[in-house]
Design a protein around this ligand. Structure first.
Ligand code: SF4
Ligand code: SF4
Length: 65
């Protein structure tokens, strides 16, 4: 089975909700811009996806990125 990873689209509103729930601290927001996921840390658990009020996070196969 392919490994999963979170992917954030550019409709992100930089609210910060996803940062607070990521157990691996894989998400960062720089100077109020889009949230960015560190692919090397993310394990595709989906917690950030559930926490995102704008529904802009999707869990995808790692190979698709
Ligand atoms: S899928 Fe899980 S590990 Fe990856 S960024 Fe979201 S909360 Fe963090
Ligand atoms: S929770 Fe959603 S809208 Fe908020 S910073 Fe994360 S990806 Fe962007």
């Amino acid at each position: 089975m392919a490994k999963k990873i979170a992917s954030i689209s550019n409709e992100c509103v930089a609210c910060g909700s996803c940062l607070k729930v990521c157990p691996l601290h894989a998400i960062s927001i720089f100077k109020g811009s889009l949230a960015v996921i560190d692919d090397s840390k993310c394990v595709g658990c989906g917690k950030c996806q559930k926490a995102c009020p704008a529904s802009v996070i999707h869990i995808v196969d790692r190979k698709e990125i």
